[in-house]
Design a binder for this molecule. Structure first.
Ligand SMILES: Nc1ncnc2c1ncn2[C@@H]1O[C@H](COP(=O)(O)OP(=O)(O)O)[C@@H](O)[C@H]1O
Ligand SMILES: CC(=O)N[C@@H](CCC(=O)OP(=O)(O)O)C(=O)O
Length: 255
């Protein structure tokens, strides 16, 4: 099977031009087929604030009312996505920016209301890779924004780490998939205050132990849940790393 590298980039890295440029420099050097999945939660929060819209997050997920859905559609599907595409074109990489609605890529349903009403947040039902695979095989690089659709005309907001693991799992049926989660730290840390104290090999039991001891917390928990799910579903390698270490492969490897 051909190799396909999927890079997920989010948080601070997409927000700051310097780190985004560094990531794109590394991304274009990756050989073989590739996909870039991006987040942009911090940019959405900033633009919402400028528009006088308050942001509410529960367990790392954005409560997405009508107004917020408009903001995230503009920010993820427009601003962030097209900035990345232009950056890749400038580096000679022929990219196409899409959401989960384009080419019918990702079907989702609105998260059912239990204790919390998340609004227009989508839980993924299935990924249809047929058309995107045609593009990839023509050496076009998809840049995927964290928006999905319900097939009834509604866009939904879906966490970018989840999009990356769902895409990786589907594409693992056709390619040898390497999934990299890039964020601002060098990997999963044993000590939040020591940036170099990286857990190089992380298995599920150690993850749960570190979680129970409060060493792994916040956004890292859903990131790792997504990563382990992808690993279990046939993705060859899952690495949690930063934008500077993509080529060296240093960081936390899920085993
Ligand atoms: N043990 C840990 N090692 C590294 N980061 C951790 C750890 N525990 C919690 N975190 C937090 O997880 C965050 C990454 O999750 P998140 O903010 O969702 O990522 P993203 O940058 O992709 O949006 C880091 O910014 C960090 O503050
Ligand atoms: C439902 C939900 O929470 N969606 C996320 C999608 C963006 C994202 O995941 O961005 P990062 O990777 O930069 O965190 C949000 O709106 O924040």
């Amino acid at each position: 099977m051909d190799r396909l590298t999927i890079i997920k980039v989010g948080g601070k890295v997409v927000e700051e031009p310097e780190s985004l440029n560094m990531l794109l420099d590394q991304f274009v050097k990756i050989s073989g087929y590739k996909i870039l999945v991006h987040g942009g939660g911090r940019s959405a929060t900033q633009i919402a604030a400028k528009l006088g819209i308050e942001t509410k997050m529960v367990d790392g997920r954005r409560i997405t009312d009508n107004e917020t859905l408009e903001v995230v559609t503009m920010v993820y599907g427009g601003l962030v996505n097209k900035k990345i595409v232009a950056g890749l074109q400038a580096r000679g990489c022929n990219a196409i920016g899409i959401t989960g609605a384009d080419l019918d890529l990702i079907h989702a349903h609105k998260r059912p209301v239990k204790d919390i009403d998340y609004g227009f947040v989508g839980d993924v039902d299935d990924v249809n890779s047929d058309e995107v695979r045609l593009l990839i095989n023509e050496n076009v690089t998809p840049v995927i924004a964290p928006l999905t659709h319900d097939g009834k005309g509604n866009l939904l907001n879906t966490n970018a780490d989840t999009i990356a693991s769902e895409i990786a799992t589907e594409f693992a049926r056709y390619y040898s998939v390497y999934l990299f989660y890039c964020f601002e730290k060098k990997g999963v840390l044993l000590d939040a205050k020591d940036e170099d104290n990286i857990i190089y090999d992380l298995d599920y039991d150690l993850f749960k132990k570190c979680q129970s001891e409060g060493i792994i917390k916040e956004g890292m928990i859903p990131k790792l849940d997504n990563g382990f799910r992808a690993k279990k579903s046939g993705v060859k390698e899952v690495l949690i790393t930063n934008h500077e270490n993509i080529s060296s492969g240093r960081g936390t490897r899920l085993i």
